[in-house]
Design a protein around this ligand. Structure first.
Ligand code: FAD
Length: 346
């Protein structure tokens, strides 16, 4: 079968024989192409689009599908639910250091000099990343949040972090333009173990319409508490003697966010997604009625269909997700290869 590149998958068609079929459309203008799978179909479209494709294919919450006129193949209440994402808040400090990345935009001669270093030898400031140091932190086990009624720690492990600080030598913001002068340090505060759960739903039965994504950030109390703790941690870090006369002050609305109420408002106004969505087709134990996918990444109640991407984590990894996704992909490939070897022997 030829490899189809740049095709847009619009759904999976379920047939008894031989197996599942992927329906692919060659972008808005191309011909509709139906691809028959000889063994099985593996979805790997990510935590937003894999549930979208399943929903378009009639696998999802019955009432939601029927409301859009989509024929229900399997009533799967949790498809698209349980969406988790890390949050990203870029906090900026004005610093007394003419050597930050900001000079690349403020000083054309410096920028040109750095290009001359980078182009032949990949050296100089342009070879640097935007994050020089990263720290991972847990809330203390005796933090008052844990004794509040009904509060559960959704951290994926007893030693896993609740939040992260990413240090960057320059002005970084997803919301504000870079100031025309001054030198900056940015400390990004990132919630890594969210308690809030969002969703991915269809807005229509048209596969080319974007799905409706509700990140539900900070809906659950521990998430705001963690975000406030992370900012206090960053501020406390900068009180170390080494930063005396180096850190000149807080920039923008961070400077006005001093009381807990003001910090919470600042968090709500300035936080964005870290682009780490996961868990919309969560794995659960083989016989469990909860979740969407079995431990061997097959979709519960559907033959010859697996999902292998960030959607199958039951809990968001308390880490940058790329490596854990490689790990589940490796595990799935071994499982699939093992299944076929087993079938070949039978
Ligand atoms: C700007 C940005 C920076 C990031 N930085 C980091 C980082 O530094 N470290 C880290 O660990 N993670 C980072 N991430 C997160 C990381 O990229 C994702 O968690 C990871 O790529 C998710 O892997 P996945 O296999 O689940 O999905 P994806 O990597 O999103 O793969 C899904 C693929 O399916 C394709 N697809 C979707 N729908 C269809 C369709 N209908 N038809 C055909 N193809 C389709 C998509 O084009 C995509 O190629 C970053 C993400 C972004 C957006």
């Amino acid at each position: 079968m030829p490899m189809l590149l740049e095709y847009f998958v619009t759904g999976v068609e379920f047939t008894e024989s031989p197996n599942g079929k992927i329906i692919a459309l060659g972008n808005d203008f191309g011909p509709r192409t139906v691809v028959s799978a000889s063994k099985e179909v593996i979805l790997a479209a990510g935590a937003i689009n894999s549930p979208q494709i399943l929903l378009l294919s009639g696998v999802g919450p019955k009432s939601e599908l029927e409301a859009l006129g989509i024929k229900v193949v399997k009533d799967h209440p949790e498809v698209g639910k349980n969406l988790q994402d890390h949050t990203l808040l870029l906090n900026n400090w004005i610093i007394n250091d003419k050597g930050t990345r900001d000079e690349l935009s403020h000083n054309p001669a410096f920028a040109q000099q750095q290009e001359c270093l980078y182009n032949p030898n990949k050296a100089g400031r342009l070879s640097n990343t935007i994050a020089q140091s990263i720290g991972f932190f847990r809330l203390p086990s005796d933090d008052p949040i844990w004794s509040q009624p009904g509060i559960v720690d959704d951290c994926p492990g007893p030693n896993s972090p609740h939040f992260e600080l990413i240090l960057d030598d320059g002005f970084a913001s997803t919301l504000y333009p870079e100031p025309s002068e001054g030198n900056f340090m940015t400390i990004a505060t990132v919630n890594l173990s969210p308690s809030s759960r969002g969703s991915v739903k269809l807005g229509s039965s048209n596969p080319f319409d974007a799905p409706l994504i509700d990140l539900a950030l900070f809906v659950k109390e521990p998430d705001l508490h963690t975000a406030v703790a992370a900012i206090k941690h960053a501020r406390n870090f900068l009180t170390a003697p080494i930063f005396k006369d180096y850190v000149l002050g807080e920039w923008g609305s961070l400077a006005q966010a001093q009381t807990d109420e003001e910090i919470i408002q600042y968090i709500r106004n300035n936080t964005v997604s870290a682009f780490h969505p996961t868990s919309t087709l969560a794995i659960s134990a083989k016989d469990s009625p909860e979740g969407v996918v079995n431990p061997d990444s097959t979709v519960k109640g559907i033959k010859k269909l697996r999902v292998v991407d960030a959607s199958i984590f039951p809990l968001a990894p308390a880490a940058h997700p790329q490596i854990p996704i490689y790990a589940i992909a490796e595990l799935a490939s071994e499982t699939i290869a093992g299944d076929y070897k087993l079938n070949a022997r039978l």
